[in-house]
Design a binder for this molecule. Structure first.
Ligand code: IMP
Ligand code: MG
Length: 176
């Protein structure tokens, strides 16, 4: 891949991420106290974020996974979302928190929120590690945001380019 020869700009180190994820976990624990919290992790991008986030949550929590498609191997959203893998749990009575790596156009999260609302849980909120509000194509505001970032294509900590770099423990962008 040609992009591999590009220079890397680290946006958030492992320590930055750990600190912020810990804060999010504490906030979620406080705000969902006494509720039936169920976190839905959107695969594949949020698997690392979710794994870290739920370990900072100190109230009872169930974890489910869902996979949608939108990007393929491109860096631009196709604008169409399909459910590739659905949750198995009956959501009645649950307060659902959808976790994703990044809100970019917002199309994925908006779709998943509506889709999950259709399963009649008690409530649905969203949590993203990264937010690129300048790229929004729909009216989506995530309820919990790790970091707000400018319009750059980000990789690492679960986020991919060509399905690589998900394992890199920090968040970076390629620069020319
Ligand atoms: P959206 O539907 O445009 O908000 O995009 C959501 C999905 O696109 C995220 O869950 C990511 O998987 C992917 N995505 C968006 N921006 C980036 C990026 O900068 N790097 C890697 N993946 C991204
Ligand atoms: Mg994704």
């Amino acid at each position: 891949m040609e992009i591999e020869n590009k220079r890397k700009e680290v946006l958030f180190t492992r320590e930055d991420i750990n600190e912020r994820v810990k804060e999010l976990g504490q906030q979620i624990s406080r705000e969902y106290e006494g509720k039936k919290l169920l976190v839905i992790s959107l695969l594949k991008g949020s698997f690392i974020f979710t794994a870290d986030l739920v370990r900072e949550i100190n109230i009872p929590v169930k974890i489910e996974f869902m996979a949608t498609s939108s990007y393929g191997n491109s860096t631009e959203s196709s604008g169409k979302v399909r459910v590739l893998y659905d949750i198995k749990e009956d959501l009645k009575g649950y307060d659902v928190l959808i976790a994703d790596d990044i809100a970019d156009t917002g199309i994925t999260m908006e779709f998943v929120i509506d889709y999950i609302k259709g399963k009649n849980p008690n409530s649905v909120k969203s949590c993203v590690l990264l937010d690129k509000p300048s790229r929004r194509k729909v009216d989506l505001e995530a309820d919990y945001v790790g970091f707000t970032i400018p319009d750059k294509f980000i990789v690492g900590y679960g986020l991919n380019y060509g399905d690589y770099y998900r394992n890199i423990p920090y968040v970076f962008a390629f620069v020319d």
